[in-house]
Ligand binder design. Structure first.
Ligand code: NAD
Ligand code: MG
Length: 385
């Protein structure tokens, strides 16, 4: 394999830092050519000095000078601001984008990379939730490979290798159930930020950790799967599997089910997406069948975790409804993280936004952008932020 030049978008985040761990451990295979961060200038500079990329972007304009000065003795180009993300995504200096920005902010740079025909290692699921039809259409047009990093989708992708055109009967997305598995609304109503941030199996960024606690994450993943694997809503099933050992499954027409397993560690799907179609050796801890462990499965509690029901509704409706769901959810999650609203209020914000915003069956990209902005304004007005 020739050395692959990686653009790590969101390099200071949970996914971004783990992607850099993979690059560090495989310098013969990968180099980091672009690094981007929103606010953490200290870590960005430290990463730039270690990996010597072509370019860095600091999202927060106010930090441009400090980053520029810290890298003055190097040849690293420094850009700042939101627009710069799209500009550097259009550069020639890389082969693959590791899309590790969180939320809607990842859409425009990822779309730019797709239009450049770059390979995408996609962690930023919101990109497909918001505008999956357009992103996948452009990916086909420009022959940009979109390889999932999300562990469930990586599992499905791995199960499909070698299956050629064998149709999928259905996929089974596993969900850990999050920290509040088995709890009821009378408990959830009092849940505070710090408790919700403690995930039993995965250590992740704040937004996805809250989404995992509300099960919105699984709803976003159903929509992500629809676009990645070209499925109908009826072909996507969610099953709660608290041990997070089976990362997801595919059932084929003959009834046979393939599963992908391993310890929960995001470095594995990150490395798989970056090295695909190769597998590379590593020193990650491995699942041990000699240690007694029961793998269990149960139905998700849709009555308690209503965010998942709302996401299923958005998945079935299609059009701009997933975009509305996502925008309202981002506003709600950040309000919850700032202790402005309660745990169950997040669902109210999403539900009311879905009822209020205008449904568009076949939105243009511009209409997705407008839907996102309008929904954010409406959702924020519910919270009085
Ligand atoms: P994180 O919060 O740890 O990191 C987010 C990164 O994006 C940071 O580098 C930050 O600087 C950057 N960023 C934040 N806001 C930005 C903005 N407005 N503009 C530009 N950059 C911005 O998040 P994470 O947990 O690493 O998640 C990243 C993405 O990967 C999310 O879409 C998440 O759903 C997905 N994902 C994460 C995990 C995980 O284990 N962390 C697993 C599966 C999928
Ligand atoms: Mg996942």
């Amino acid at each position: 394999m020739t050395q692959k030049r990686i653009a790590v978008f969101g390099s200071t985040g949970s996914i971004g830092t783990q992607a850099l761990d993979v690059i560090r451990a495989n310098k013969d295979l990968f180099s980091a050519e672009i690094l981007t961060a929103q606010t953490n200038d200290t870590l960005l500079v430290q990463q730039a000095l270690e990996f010597n990329p072509n370019v860095v972007v600091i999202g927060d304009d106010k930090k441009y000078q400090v980053v520029k000065e810290a890298l003055a003795s190097t040849h690293i180009k420094v850009f700042a601001g939101e627009k710069a993300l799209e500009e550097v995504a259009a550069m020639d200096c890389y082969d693959m984008m590791l899309a590790g920005i969180v939320g809607y902010a990842g859409l425009r740079p990822t779309l730019q990379a797709v239009q450049m025909g770059k390979a995408i290692a996609l962690a930023n699921k919101e990109t497909l939730v918001v505008a999956g039809d357009i992103v996948m259409q452009k990916a086909r047009e420009h022959r940009a490979a979109v390889i999932p990093v999300d562990s469930e989708h990586s599992a499905i992708f791995q199960c499909l290798v070698g299956e050629g055109n064998n149709p999928i009967s259905k996929i089974i997305l596993t969900a850990s159930g999050g920290p509040f598995l088995g709890k009821k609304p009378n408990f959830l109503v009092n849940v505070k930020r710090d408790h919700a941030l403690q995930h039993p199996n995965w250590s992740m960024g704040a937004k996805i950790t809250i989404d995992s606690a509300t099960l919105m994450n699984k709803g976003l993943e159903m929509i992500e799967a629809k676009w990645l694997f070209d499925l109908t809503p009826e072909q996507i099933q969610v099953v709660v599997h608290p041990q997070s050992i089976i990362h997801s499954m595919v059932q084929f027409e003959d009834g046979s089910i393939k599963a992908q397993m391993g310890l929960p560690d995001m470095k594995l799907p990150i490395q798989y997406a970056m090295a695909f179609p190769q597998r590379i050796t590593n020193g990650f801890p491995r699942y041990d069948f000699k240690k007694p462990q029961t793998l269990s499965f149960e139905e998700p509690d849709l009555k308690t975790f209503r965010n998942l029901s709302l996401a299923i509704e958005a998945l079935k409706m299609g059009g701009n409804m997933p975009c509305i769901l996502n925008a309202a959810n981002e506003i709600a999650v950040y309000a919850f993280l700032r202790n402005r609203i309660g745990f169950l209020d997040m669902t109210e914000v999403v539900e009311q936004s879905m009822q209020k915003m205008t449904f568009i069956e076949n939105p243009t990209l511009e209409e997705y952008f407008e839907t996102d902005g309008e929904t954010r304004n409406f959702a924020a007005s519910l919270i009085h932020m």
